[in-house]
Structures are given as structure tokens and as C-alpha cells.
Write a protein that binds this ligand. Structure first.
Ligand code: PLP
Length: 364
């Protein structure tokens, strides 16, 4: 039976990309060696990193003065790398869910060590709050563009408002779960980072897009591995990088480019989200957890059974599983269901879930 992978992360990848990765595991580019056993210093691996950096820049339209690096440690390590590299006297965090809260926790923990202060601008888990001002004495403001667990996402309109509010303050964004899913004006950011396992690659690699000019303004010892400079100067090869996930990231970005790049995927993601939210909004059994349409995530679509129907949870879960749906159980903090519709999920996959919901409704 065909499986429809709605896992939140690690998550779905295009079938061709998985096949090409499997080929490289057996024989990397006809070298007679597996990608699992080659040196990252081998002459044929440097071009992989170079092309991955170039493709990410091309797909997102990254301007001059920025570098793209690939690291280990996950997005979670960035929660402390950002303050280590950028925090002078004050940093501000928009708290929109579990991941931004974790980023704020690291900033709050490090602030006293650095003689600085970390503040929360506003907090909400079921909407994107905009009732805040950005103190102009901040070194940076940190946002999470898509909240993987609660299923909110900062709309383009709200992003524009944040760009206005921030004035000259640097902007840092965790884009783990919506990178490459929509256009982004990279010039407005100093650092964009994310774990690649949601929309780009298998687990193990973290991307960081960084404006070189923002570095070098703090006066402290930065542990070598936590210093962005180290990895920029080392071309992502200061120490052994996650070779396999970087290669899959490259294959996936080639896939995206061949299919029409960000414009293509942005339109397809919109179509998918409209399809599923429409179904849920018109459902007699289910309702979306995020009511304000503007704040709804296109990547992580969360819905619950309506009051009075909650006891159908197990039955629907079993039914959906029998139809090939995988990974639709909601996060334990939210309950209900979550269908993650990352780039590699096609419209037919979302249509299959919609059909499944409708068929279940017809039975009740
Ligand atoms: C998954 C996720 C993270 C954590 O990523 P790791 O690579 O596991 O550390 C951080 N932020 C967001 C928005 C995420 O979705």
C-alpha cells in the first residue's frame, strides 16, 4: 500500500532524492566507494559542499555579503551559538512556541554570563502576536518563522511589519520548518538557521545563512566550535561535516531547482494548505486549532475533533492508518492531529488525506 508521510521531522523527502542517495551509498559518483566511507577531504566531496552553498544562495536569492554553512548540532545548538556570536548588551525574542521558548531559554541563561539581558517581546502559541515594539538598543531580535508544534507561521504581511518595527536592529530567524517553502527577503536578516531534517535533508545537518558583517562585534572568547567565523573560514569543513546529509541536501535542492524553484514550491504549498484547511473548516467532525487564517502554518496543519466527537480519536487514527496515512498524530502538547505538508509532499498526498477525512465523516 502507498504510504503518505506526514511526519513532522525527520520528514518526507522526494522519492528520486532518496533513490539517488541510496545509489551514492552503494557507489559514490562511480568512484567505487560508498559515500559512507569517503573522506570529506577527498577531491570529489568539496564540490558537493560548494554546490550546496551555491544552490541554497541561488534558490533563496541570497545577496552578496552572506555565507551559507553546514554544521552539526541541530537547530538546538544555534540557540546558544547565536547569543555567543551576537549578544552584546541586549537581545529580544518573540516567543511563539516550544522552539522559540527554547531559544529564549539559552539566551536568558547566557545573558548574565555576558553581562547582558535577554527579553521576551511577546508570547502566544495559537497566534502570531504583533503587539510589541523592538527596543532600538537591542543587538538582535530573534523570531521563529514557522512553529512546527503549534502550527502557526508568520505571514508575509506580518514579516513586513516586523522588518519595519525592528528598524536597524539585527534580525535572526529559526526557519527550520519553513525554509525553502516560500520566498524570503534574506537581505532583512543577519542570520537564518535551521535543522535540515524538516524540509531539506535527513537528520544530522544544520544550515546557517549568515551576513558576514554581523560577526566580530563582541568582545569575548567564543569556543572554537561555537564561533561562526571558524566554520566560514573552514568552508563548513573545519571538522568532519555530516557528509551524507549534506549530499542529500544537495540532491534535494537540485530537485527543487529542476521543478521550478521557490516559485513553484510556494504555489504548490499554498494549494496543499488550501485543500486541507478547506476540508477541515467545512468538516462536521474536525476543527483547526489555529483559528486566525493569517497565522496558520502551511507546513504543519493541526486539527482536533470537535467537542462531542473527541472519543472518535482512536477510530479515526486507525482508519487513517489503514488508508496509508503516516505521522498524523498531533504533538502531545496540542493533541489531536497534525499533518506536516513539507515540500516533498505532493498535492495528491494531501488529496488522499482529504478523501480519508471525508470518507470517515460519511461513516458518522
Ligand atoms: C525541529 C525544530 C527545531 C529543533 O531542531 P534540531 O535540529 O532537532 O535541534 C528547532 N526549531 C524549529 C522551528 C524546529 O521545527
Amino acid at each position: 500500500m502507498k504510504k503518505y508521510n506526514f511526519n513532522a521531522g525527520p520528514s518526507i523527502l522526494p522519492e528520486e532524492v532518496i533513490k539517488q542517495t541510496a545509489e551514492a551509498v552503494l557507489d559514490f559518483q562511480g568512484e567505487g566507494l560508498s559515500i559512507l566511507e569517503i573522506s570529506h577531504r577527498a577531491k570529489y566531496f568539496q564540490p558537493v559542499v560548494d554546490e550546496a552553498e551555491a544552490l541554497m544562495k541561488e534558490l533563496l536569492g541570497v545577496p552578496e555579503g552572506y555565507r551559507v554553512i553546514f554544521l552539526g548540532g541541530g537547530a538546538s545548538l544555534q540557540f546558544c551559538m547565536v547569543p555567543f556570536n551576537l549578544m552584546g548588551k541586549k537581545a529580544a525574542y518573540l516567543n511563539t512556541g516550544v522552539w522559540s521558548k527554547k531559544a529564549l531559554k539559552e539566551a536568558k541563561g547566557l545573558a548574565p554570563v555576558f553581562g547582558a539581558e535577554a527579553i521576551e517581546l511577546a508570547a502566544s502559541t495559537n497566534s502570531i502576536p504583533m503587539d510589541f515594539e523592538v527596543p532600538q538598543d537591542c543587538d538582535y531580535i530573534h523570531i521563529t518563522t514557522n512553529n512546527t508544534i503549534y502550527g502557526t507561521e508568520i505571514s508575509e504581511r506580518k514579516l513586513q511589519e516586523i522588518y519595519r518595527k525592528k528598524g536597524n536592529v539585527r534580525l535572526v530567524a529559526d526557519m527550520s520548518s519553513d525554509i525553502l517553502s516560500r520566498p524570503v527577503d534574506v537581505s532583512k536578516y543577519d542570520i537564518i538557521y535551521g535543522g535540515a531534517q524538516k524540509n531539506i535533508a535527513p537528520a544530522g545537518v544544520t544550515f546557517v545563512i549568515i551576513k558576514e558583517e554581523c560577526l566580530g562585534h563582541v568582545d569575548r572568547y567564543i569556543p572554537t566550535m561555537l564561533d561562526y567565523r571558524t566554520h566560514i573560514d573552514g568552508g563548513s569543513m573545519f571538522n568532519t561535516p555530516p557528509v551524507l546529509p549534506i549530499y542529500t541536501a544537495l540532491l534535494n535542492m537540485r530537485w527543487l531547482k529542476e521543478h521550478g524553484g521557490i516559485k513553484f514550491i510556494d504555489e504548490r504549498n499554498q494549494k496543499k494548505a488550501d485543500l486541507l484547511y478547506n476540508c477541515i473548516d467545512n468538516s462536521k467532525l474536525f476543527t483547526a486549532t489555529i483559528q486566525d487564517k493569517e497565522d496558520r502554518s502551511r507546513m504543519n496543519i493541526c486539527f482536533v475533533l470537535k467537542p462531542g466527537y473527541e472519543d472518535l480519536f482512536d477510530e479515526f487514527f486507525k482508519f487513517a492508518t489503514s488508508k496509508g496515512m503516516v505521522g498524523i498524530k498531533g504533538h502531545r502538547l496540542v493533541g489531536g492531529f497534525r499533518a506536516s505538508c513539507y515540500n516533498a509532499m505532493d498535492v495528491e498526498g494531501v488529496q488522499a488525506l482529504v478523501d480519508c477525512i471525508k470518507e470517515f465523516e460519511a461513516m458518522h
